[in-house]
Design a protein around this ligand. Structure first.
Ligand code: ZN
Length: 480
């Protein structure tokens, strides 16, 4: 078993090298000795289930990089080779289970998941190969033709990694014993967007997928939401059905559910205000804290994470009593460490990584705290935060700067430093949706804002060159 995970924003010029995996999470066969994170939860589940059955387990690589541009050729070769080498060294195997993201693109390889599975298949042609994916994946024909089983997260925000890992383990176990013969089919929904499952009609749709899994002959149902900011022919939502021996049943069921999902499209995506309208709305609230999502600078989707468009506008408007983070700015962190806690400093904040970052902002403030090595929760898992600096600017504007690119998942990203969010008028988080659950507990209101940036949520505007433009929401009915 192994984990290899990143979500490649092919529009980002920022390379994803081996260093990016080392910075975020890289273990060579030892991930299950650490507390789980989102993409290693599955390995914990599989180890526990396998050991309970007295299976001999070989744990290989766990490599996770915060999304950015293409993984470099050298990094991909090194990561893939490690999995291949460990698998060869393990001797004959019956089951291979992989937690992959499903939207990894490397230099020279558009479909890293299918490529990894194909390499595994060459080594063990008769093994049962099961693949767990994030739902923000590209479900491609080569992948489902090569793997025996593919199962995606059903929930966004993702809180069902362990559940899906259990499901995949059980299906792989039954398949390996000859109790079931999985066959898979895809339906292309011709939709490119983001679909929250915790509210609105997606709640019922997830329930419908689960109910379908109880129908005779159906083993598993997944909706691959797709990852919008990838210029690939297959980008977009696809319905995946795994049936027992019955390809026609898999196809019919995928078509039926995919069609039902398509029919919901006008109810699935809200209108997002732009920066000016979003701030107007946030600042009109009578009580705080209002949480405003700087959606388009979500590093979790490959944005730089150092854009200062929102902060610049807040300063221009003279807004006070704000908390904002996380600004990925290792140079500023370095300068703050040099100056030390308690010092007053002037820094050139953000705006450094790529064109979507905009121009840097010259600000001054007091360094309140510097803390390395903390984490923030994403569901049950703990994600790293790097070294964080709390910079207090005039007007009670508390900015959190760090040296590890990551989005905001949890109020812990502020509160562990000592910033009390409950007393704030406005909290600005760089994230699309993952922050929503934990922050909705403390927020008087949440404003999702289509800020300027690399991952603007209006997906109809993405300048694809390699996928056709016949998709919703660019076209209202791409099946017409
Ligand atoms: Zn995802």
């Amino acid at each position: 078993m192994a984990t290899l995970s990143t979500e490649t924003n092919t529009f980002s010029p920022v390379p994803t090298g081996l260093r990016n995996y080392e910075d975020y999470y890289l273990r060579h066969g030892t991930a299950t000795r650490d507390p789980p994170n989102l993409m290693t939860e599955a390995l914990h589940v599989w180890r526990a289930r396998g050991e309970a059955l007295d299976w001999k387990i070989t744990e290989s690589l766990s490599a996770i990089a915060e999304p950015a541009g293409l993984t470099t050729r050298a990094a991909y070769a090194a990561l893939k080779d490690e999995i291949v080498r460990d698998l060869k060294a393990a001797g004959p195997v019956d089951v291979v289970l992989l937690q992959l993201h499903g939207a990894m693109v490397a230099q020279g390889c558009d479909d890293c998941e299918a490529d990894v599975v194909a390499a595994v298949r060459v080594i063990c042609p008769d093994a049962t190969i099961g693949v767990a994916l994030d739902c923000h994946c590209h479900l491609t024909e080569p992948l489902i033709a090569t793997a025996d089983l593919v199962v995606c997260f059903k929930e966004y925000p993702h809180d069902d990694a362990s559940e899906r890992a259990e499901e995949l383990f059980e299906l792989a176990r039954r398949s390996q014993r000859g109790e079931v013969t999985p066959v898979m089919a895809l339906f292309d929904c011709r939709m490119v967007s983001l679909f929250l499952t915790k509210q609105g009609p997606m709640v019922d749709f997830v329930a419908k997928m689960k109910a379908t899994e109880k129908e005779p002959g159906v083993l598993s149902v997944s909706l691959g939401h797709g990852f919008p900011w990838a210029d690939l022919p297959e980008t977009g939502a696809r319905m995946l059905v795994v049936a027992d021996s019955d390809k026609a049943l898999a196809e019919e069921t995928a078509n039926r559910l995919g069609g039902a999902f398509f029919d919901l499209r006008h109810q699935l995506v809200p209108e997002y205000p732009d920066l000016q309208a979003g701030l107007d709305r946030a600042l009109a609230a009578s009580s705080g804290p209002v949480v405003l999502a700087d959606m388009s600078d979500n590093s979790g989707a490959g944005a730089p994470g150092d854009a200062v468009h929102v902060l610049r506008e807040l300063l221009a408007r003279g807004v006070t009593n704000v908390a904002s983070g996380l600004y990925w700015d290792p140079m500023t962190v370095r300068q703050c460490k040099d100056a030390g806690e308690g010092a007053d400093i002037q820094v050139r904040l953000g705006g450094k990584t790529e064109p979507a970052s905009g121009q840097p902002l010259d600000v001054s403030g007091r360094i309140m705290r510097i803390i390395p090595g903390l984490g923030q929760h994403l569901g049950a898992g703990l994600e790293p935060l790097g070294t964080m600096v709390w910079l207090k600017m005039p007007g009670d504007i508390d900015v959190v700067v760090n040296d590890l690119r990551t989005q905001v998942y949890h109020p812990e990203a502020f509160e562990q430093l000592g910033i009390r969010l409950a007393g704030k008028r406005l909290v600005v988080v760089k994230s699309l949706f993952h922050f929503f659950g934990p922050f909705s507990v403390i927020a008087s209101e949440v404003v999702f804002c289509a800020t300027p940036g690399r991952v603007n949520p209006y997906t109809g505007l993405i300048p694809f060159t390699r996928r056709d433009m016949n998709f919703w929401p660019r076209v209202d009915d791409p099946f017409a």
